[in-house]
Design a protein around this ligand. Sequence first.
Ligand SMILES: NC(=O)c1ccc[n+]([C@@H]2O[C@H](COP(=O)([O-])OP(=O)(O)OC[C@H]3O[C@@H](n4cnc5c(N)ncnc54)[C@H](O)[C@@H]3O)[C@@H](O)[C@H]2O)c1
Length: 260
Amino acid sequence: MRLQNKIAVLTGACGGIGQAIARKLVAEGACVLACDLNTKGLEALAGELGDAVATRRVDVSDFEQVQAMVEAAVAHFGGLDIVLNNAGIGAPKPLLEHDPAQDFEGVTAVNQKGVYYGLVAGGRKLAQLGGGVIVNTSSVYGAMAAELSFTYNVSKAAVDMMTKCAALEFAPNNIRVVAVAPGRVNTPILDAYKPLGLYEHLKREQMREQLIEPEQIASVVAFLASDEAGCINGTTVEAADGFSGFKFPLLNRFQQSGPA
Ligand SMILES: NC(=O)c1ccc[n+]([C@@H]2O[C@H](COP(=O)([O-])OP(=O)(O)OC[C@H]3O[C@@H](n4cnc5c(N)ncnc54)[C@H](O)[C@@H]3O)[C@@H](O)[C@H]2O)c1
């Protein structure tokens, strides 16, 4: 088991990717403080995974709650080795239709400030305890432009840069900081594309015309959090089934079945 006796704190634990990460970490021998806004989801996760999991309602856009989350992991499990800043939201909307009073701040508060708070609070605690690993959940969209997701992409680009800068600053404290950049993963975050009539199109844009499953991302996260990834630091590791490096193969697909 890769993470035997490690203690982790995980945000966004009730989402598709978060649940898969919680299950994978426990299977690899870790204890997890699972955190989310969704208290019912947290109860279900604790019921499923038993004593290896403790839960806490945390809003990652509130620094005090993130600090308290880190303290709670240490108080409950007696230490902290791994901080997983995974919570994130999306709100697809054309930029020309944005309400600047809320559309930028809403996503930024969770995706960007949430990770920043996790880095500051998590980094301080890990430094006190002698070191550890921080894994941020970015997205391939951190390095790609896309329609409808202006604020999301900006927030994930910030996650990539925060990962680099924090790794540099935390290196003397024996803390590694890395990010995973998933492609399109089969979770509720993509449901927002359904009313826009774009959900099926998301799948067809994948090289193999299928979404990535959350368990595949969880495997990458568990690896990155483990000592096996000890030389991976200050970088974002893409887990996207080739999504970012290839142009959508319009010709064959449209010839075979027409546009989605
Ligand atoms: N699913 C994808 O296609 C995809 C692709 C790339 C990156 N990601 C990233 O993966 C991460 C997990 O997303 P997911 O696909 O599991 O989405 P999801 O919607 O299934 O889960 C997100 C979770 O975050 C929680 N959350 C939202 N706001 C929060 C807050 N303020 N404080 C604490 N928790 C909060 C939600 O309650 C939910 O349980 C996100 O950072 C997302 O941006 C997802």
